[in-house]
Design a protein around this ligand. Structure first.
Ligand SMILES: [Zn+2]
Ligand SMILES: [Zn+2]
Ligand SMILES: [Zn+2]
Length: 327
């Protein structure tokens, strides 16, 4: 090989290297179908897209939670579910977050805004024991009040159990009839915070519009919407507060939790943080949960589905139909 030839080979190597680096930058933004089609074009791109696919399978949370939450499917060829992961509630926007592009946990919650004059404590740190003088814990009739932006304490405070991200090991497993489901990847004691239900926060009007659209899409083929409606009856008479969270496109792993007619193993908790604008919907284990057990709750008053599709919860009291929302 003469000198000129060698230089030519080097340039070729450089170009291949650059090509590969560019692919690594661009591919994380591609949808599964796009990724599959570029993968088929040449060997280099096939290798890059394979790496990206396996990182997507290994963590549904895109590295935004404390532990990776992997996908497992021994039922069909769908390797993972495609959605935009958000560990916190979001506004109905179009964020472009690359798959596998998260680096450490980001919890900039747009709704954790300090409300002027809002109730909070002045503690430097708050303890959950009875000797605590924390003003946030004086609400004995409101056990779901946590410290928040109007408090003196920080995230290490003991009264912020649902604000530190998911701290139990979970996995997303494909079920032959129910589709994707959320399962425990370790033993979970009773009363443990599992996760929040995050997604796009909608007005009731927006939620109804989307519900209609999703009903149409569900009828015309394979489509699994994840629009959760939580109705909270306020102590003052007949007042009812409605929270609409759509995790169909943007959300966290709570979108995979299926319904169980017997109430499942999770309880829903509406958590208010002192000084925060809006409450959050959280899930706690209502009993001991064994490793590999599926997590489920009763949609009951909350709703994810309006088509009245078949229920496969297989509990003794199964009604056969998923609860339906009449909007
Ligand atoms: Zn506190
Ligand atoms: Zn306090
Ligand atoms: Zn506080």
């Amino acid at each position: 090989m003469d000198k000129q030839q060698r230089t030519g080979e080097l340039e070729k190597d450089d170009r291949a290297g650059l090509f590969c680096r560019l692919a690594h930058l661009v591919f994380p933004y591609l949808e599964p179908a796009g990724l599959a089609s570029v993968s088929a074009t040449c060997k280099v791109l096939h290798v890059v897209s394979k790496t990206i696919t396996s990182s997507r399978i290994s963590d549904a949370s895109r590295n935004l939670e404390n532990y990776p939450i992997p996908f497992f499917n021994s039922v069909d060829s769908e390797l993972y579910a495609n959605f935009i992961y958000s560990p916190v509630q979001t506004l109905p926007t179009s964020p472009s977050i690359p798959w596998g592009g998260g680096s450490g946990r980001v919890r900039s919650d747009p709704f954790i805004v300090r409300v002027e004059g809002a109730y909070g404590c002045d503690c430097e740190s708050c303890d959950l024991d009875s000797s605590s003088n924390c003003a946030c814990m004086d609400f004995s009739d409101l056990p779901t009040r946590e410290c928040g932006p109007s408090c003196g304490c920080g995230l290490e405070c003991g009264n912020r159990l649902t604000q530190k991200g998911i701290s139990v090991k979970l996995k997303v497993v494909k079920d032959r009839r129910k589709g994707w489901s959320l399962c425990a990847a370790e033993f979970i004691p009773k009363g443990k915070f599992i996760c929040e239900y995050t997604g796009e926060l909608l007005t009731t009007e927006e939620a109804r519009n989307r519900q209609r659209l999703y009903d149409k899409l569900s009828k015309s083929g394979h489509f699994s919407p994840a629009l959760l409606v939580v109705k909270e009856h306020l102590p003052s008479g007949n007042a009812c507060m409605r929270i609409n969270i759509d995790a169909t496109r943007i959300g966290n792993i709570a979108r995979f939790i299926n319904h169980s007619c017997d109430g499942g193993n999770l309880s829903t908790l509406i958590v208010r943080s002192s000084g925060a604008l809006l409450p959050r919907v959280c899930f706690l284990s209502s009993r001991v949960i064994l490793e590999n057990e599926e997590l489920a709750f009763s949609y009951g008053d909350t709703t994810v589905n309006s088509t009245g599709s078949q229920c496969f919860c297989s509990s003794a009291c199964c009604s056969g139909i998923l609860p339906a929302e009449h909007t």
